[in-house]
Ligand binder design. Structure first.
Ligand code: SHN
Ligand code: NAI
Length: 203
């Protein structure tokens, strides 16, 4: 197996999750950050999943899996506790859909990493099934190293870069500014503000 990292925008895409247990709930927590259309198919659901349906975030179909359930899905997630059902989902998955199998990294085409989100910054750790526990451990270390301050810092970097793109500066000058703002001192919101004022003056 040789997986590659890729960020994916799931807005308006159809996602079908087969199984309504704990793992399904974890997947929903991540997928709900997009504006995807989520359907969960399962004879039983975690109460939190039913609550999310009530709140309008997804659709629950209270039934056992059938092959037709996934015929037009962009992403199919296998999250049942029954290996035979999992096998029938794999067999029914459309050739060109993304397939995630929570019971086996190799059986799917995509896996869920352990991820830290700080606004526009995503740090994701994958071990391709070697040790999800190590992925979780490393995520914890990284989430401490890159704390909540990085969310505002990312917005600062974004705004600064947009301003620099518009400024009438040479490639070298722009590159110098882009390098300078990587300095730790710009984690301080006051330094961010000062720098943005300076960059706005360049326009
Ligand atoms: C293939 C994959 C599924 C996919 O891609 O959908 C998968 C598969 C399996 N996980 C199992 C078990 C555990 N998984 C965790 C934790 C996480 N598992 C995650 C991802 C993935 N797990 C994908 C591979 C990603 C990679 O390798 O990098 C994380 C990163 C993300 C997330 O799930 O959200 C999340 C941590 C993140 C966080 O917490 O932030 C823990 C630890 C714990 O929960 O404390 C345990 C118990 C310890 C152990 O068993 O190691 C089992 C055995 C089940 C059984 O025995 O019944 C299987 C099946 C198999 O054996 O392959
Ligand atoms: N982080 C991860 O990725 C982890 C993955 N796993 C894997 O995920 C699987 C599921 O784990 P949990 O969610 O904890 O189990 P769970 O027991 O909480 O949920 C299983 C769900 O599958 C549903 N189900 C059973 N038969 C079905 C059918 N015919 N059609 C549709 N749905 C059906 C059940 O109603 C239940 O909602 C495990 O068996 C394991 O292989 C387990 C732990 C962690």
């Amino acid at each position: 197996m040789a997986s590659i990292p890729l960020m994916v925008n799931l807005d308006k895409k159809k996602i079908v999750i087969v199984g309504g247990g704990r793992v399904a709930l974890k997947r929903i927590a991540v997928l709900n950050k997009s504006e995807a259309f989520i359907t969960v198919i399962s004879p039983h659901f975690q109460p939190e999943i039913k609550a999310l349906e009530k709140a309008g975030f997804l659709t629950c179909l209270e039934k056992a899996f059938a092959p037709d359930d996934i015929s037009d899905a962009f992403l199919v997630i296998i999250a049942t506790d029954n290996p035979e059902v999992n096998e029938s989902v794999r067999n029914a998955a459309p050739a060109n859909c993304l397939l995630n199998d929570a019971s086996s990294a190799e059986s799917g085409s995509v896996q869920f990493p352990a991820a830290v989100k700080r606004g526009r910054l995503t740090i994701a750790v994958s071990t391709e099934g070697a040790s999800p526990k190590f992925a979780k451990h490393l995520k914890k270390e990284l989430s401490e190293r890159y704390n909540e301050d990085y969310e505002a810092y990312m917005e600062f970097l974004f705004t600064a870069r947009q301003l620099l793109k518009k400024a009438d500066l040479s490639f070298e000058e722009k590159d110098m500014h882009l390098q300078i703002i990587l300095s730790k001192s710009y984690l301080d919101p006051r330094e961010q503000e000062k720098k943005l004022l300076q960059l706005r003056d360049l326009l």
